[in-house]
Structures are given as structure tokens and as C-alpha cells.
Design a protein around this ligand. Structure first.
Ligand SMILES: NC(=O)c1ccc[n+]([C@@H]2O[C@H](COP(=O)([O-])OP(=O)(O)OC[C@H]3O[C@@H](n4cnc5c(N)ncnc54)[C@H](OP(=O)(O)O)[C@@H]3O)[C@@H](O)[C@H]2O)c1
Length: 345
């Protein structure tokens, strides 16, 4: 490959988000970093439901090439003139943002304030599973729900995690457990129940059945925190019923139906978490993502948190990615699906 060009994988036409993407490889100019941007050589990526929604953002008639992907692990190739956190040769991981070209290209520009050092104990594929889901879980629990990062403060407190065995749930259960909370995870199948328990859930209940009687049977009249990772509208009535007075709910998906007015009577805080907010709006505290990713790397290297990688494809090619996205589209993913380089046609 020329040093001036790179392979990138993406699509030209918007499509149905319920279908795998019509992906292709394009040879394009390799970008140069400026300011606080790093140029990262991408070694592995993981697939996320949000990648499929990239197509929503495309207007009919817009047939420009969109590079897909968010999560990546790789090596810093070059740095912009204002970078101070990384140097060429550093191994890094990140979740990127949704208003710049994605991670499924041999080289990618990314702002160093949303990049962390890759854990030494993980290879690139194991690492690529974690950034986006972990940032989502950290930001939701610590920044939106206001849960203390000090485990001693959370003794005796419980959190209900709806969708505990998916990509976000698999790391959210670990982080909640590490934060000293009692974790009740929801899962609907024997495989997902087992996975959720292995990854930090003290108890599991089934999200296909009413939640209140299942919680009561476990001895919980209500819960002070709910972290909703799936079907927010579908679970709204149940969440309203089981949230404690003055409790807090965080959803990572939009609620399209009006909030249940019973939340008002309970003075419940309803919060949203979108892990792109800091990078898209360039908030003053966007370096929080760098700090959280570094903290995550330390905790992984200390053996306190583990990779959530379950499926592994290679090389990074349209056909491997299509298979990975087809699996994701089933809505029954356990943990994370990773695709590892090299990049191929
Ligand atoms: N706001 C953000 O920043 C942000 C970040 C990441 C993801 N997200 C969004 O959050 C959602 C979850 O992401 P993910 O990566 O964890 O997805 P995922 O890995 O595809 O989630 C799969 C899991 O969802 C569970 N599930 C399926 N239907 C459910 C239902 N009706 N109620 C509860 N759980 C259900 C399944 O459990 P069973 O097989 O046991 O049913 C499965 O284990 C996606 O829509 C994604 O786009 C948002």
C-alpha cells in the first residue's frame, strides 16, 4: 500500500437499518493529523448497533462515501501539533464520535481527548470490544445517575440493569458490581442468564415478563437506580412501578412515548446518556472520556474488569463485517463481536 493512501470500508447509499449494510472497500487519501488529532493505525474494531444507524443520518440522494464503525484499538502513527497525551507508537483504544469518518479504515483521525491507553493485558481484538460500551456505562452510572465511584458509599444500594447480557450490559454489570452495588440484571434466555451472572449480576430476572413480581420474589420492593439498555418505551410502565421514590432512571435509547406521570409523584430523575454528546458538542469536560478509558485500562490490567469479546472475525473486510452485522441484527448478541485486521477487499 502507498504511504499516501489507505483502505476504508463503508457505503454510498442509505439503506434499511434492519438489513446488513451494503459495504465496500474504497482506496482513499490517508489524512494528516492537526491540532489535537491523532492518526491511529487501526488493528481491530468491534461492531455496535449505532453503526447500523449511521444510515439514518444520510439524506436520500446523498451518495457520498460514509466510513462505518466506532470502536477501535490500534497504534498511534502520527500526532497533531497540539497533542500532549500520546506519541507515535503508543497502543490506544477509543470509541470515536458520530460526526467524523468511522473506524473501519486502515488509519483514522481521532481527538486525543477521547482516546485512552490500551490495556497491556489485552490484545487488539480483546481491547476493541470495550471502549464504546464502557464509556456508555461509566457515563450513565457515574455522570447521569450520580452513583458514587466509591464502593463504600454504595453498600446496600441496588441497580436494575435492563438488557444485562448485551454489549453494554456485559460491562455495565461488571462496573456496577465493582462500584459496590447489588446488581439485578435482566436476561430472557438460559445463555444470557448465565453470561449476566458470570459478569457481575447478583440476580437475574426476565425482561419478557412483568418485572415487579419477579423483584418482589427476590425481596426487592423497589430499586433506587435503573439503567435501561433496551426497548425503553416497552419497559417504561414497569420501570415506573419498580423505581423507588426519589430514584433515578437512565436510558441509553430515546423514549418516544410520553413519560409516565407516576414518575412525577415519586420525584424520579429520568436521565439520558449518549456517549457522543461530549465529543459532538466539544464540551469543556470531553477529556473525561480519556480519563475513563485510562481508568478502564488500569482496572482491566489489575484483573478487576474483563473483556466482553465473544465472537471474533478476521480480516477486516466487507464480507466479515456483513456477517458481524447480521449477527448483531438478531438482537440476541451476547457480549461483543470483534473484527480484527488486516484490512482486505
Ligand atoms: N446512548 C448511547 O450512548 C448508547 C451506547 C451504546 C448502545 N446504545 C444502544 O443501546 C442498545 C443496546 O446496545 P448493545 O450494544 O448492548 O446491544 P446488543 O448487544 O445488541 O444487545 C443485545 C441484548 O439485548 C437484550 N434484549 C433484546 N431485547 C430486549 C428487550 N426487549 N428488553 C431488554 N433486553 C433486550 C438481549 O437479551 P436476551 O437475549 O436475553 O433477550 C441481548 O443480550 C442499542 O439500541 C444501542 O444502539 C446506546
Amino acid at each position: 500500500m502507498s504511504t499516501e493512501t489507505m483502505k476504508a470500508i463503508g457505503f454510498y447509499k442509505p439503506g434499511d437499518v434492519k438489513e446488513p449494510m451494503d459495504l465496500e472497500v474504497v482506496e482513499m487519501e490517508r489524512p494528516k493529523p492537526a491540532g489535537r488529532d491523532l492518526l491511529v493505525q487501526v488493528k481491530a474494531v468491534s461492531v455496535n448497533p449505532t453503526d447500523l444507524r449511521t444510515r439514518d443520518a444520510k439524506k436520500d440522494g446523498d451518495e457520498s462515501f460514509t466510513v462505518v464503525g466506532r470502536d477501535a484499538a490500534g497504534i498511534v502513527a502520527e500526532v497533531g501539533e497540539d497533542c500532549s497525551l500520546f506519541k507515535p507508537g503508543d497502543e490506544v483504544w477509543y470509541a470515536g464520535t458520530n460526526n467524523r469518518p468511522g473506524s473501519q479504515s486502515e488509519f483514522q483521525l481521532v481527538d486525543e481527548r477521547i482516546v485512552g491507553k490500551k490495556p497491556k493485558s489485552l490484545d487488539f481484538a480483546q481491547a476493541a470490544a470495550l471502549p464504546l460500551t464502557s464509556l456508555t456505562a461509566y457515563e450513565a452510572m457515574f455522570d447521569r445517575l450520580g452513583i458514587s465511584e466509591n464502593a463504600a458509599d454504595n453498600k446496600g444500594k441496588s441497580i436494575l440493569i435492563i438488557g444485562a447480557a448485551g454489549g453494554v450490559g456485559s460491562i455495565a454489570t461488571q462496573i456496577a458490581k465493582q462500584a459496590g452495588l447489588t446488581v439485578i440484571g435482566t436476561a430472557s434466555r438460559p445463555q444470557t442468564v448465565e453470561w449476566a451472572k458470570e459478569h457481575g449480576a447478583d440476580y437475574t430476572i426476565n425482561h419478557r415478563e412483568p418485572l415487579e413480581p419477579q423483584l418482589k420474589e427476590l425481596g426487592f420492593d423497589n430499586v433506587p437506580y435503573i439503567f435501561c439498555l433496551s426497548a425503553t418505551d416497552e419497559h417504561m410502565t414497569d420501570m415506573t412501578t419498580v423505581i423507588a421514590p426519589q430514584g433515578k432512571i437512565c436510558s441509553i435509547l430515546p423514549a418516544f412515548k410520553p413519560l409516565d406521570p407516576r414518575l412525577f409523584a415519586k420525584s424520579v430523575t429520568f436521565a439520558y446518556e449518549l456517549m457522543y454528546t461530549r465529543s459532538v458538542f466539544q464540551t469543556e469536560d470531553m477529556i473525561r472520556q480519556h480519563e475513563l478509558l485510562d481508568r478502564l485500562a488500569d482496572d482491566v490490567d489489575a484483573g478487576e474488569l474483563e473483556t466482553t469479546k465473544t465472537e471474533h472475525f478476521t480480516p477486516i473486510s466487507p464480507s466479515a463485517l456483513k456477517e458481524a452485522y447480521s449477527n448483531l441484527l438478531t438482537g440476541r448478541t451476547i457480549g461483543k463481536i470483534v473484527v480484527e485486521g488486516p484490512f482486505e477487499e
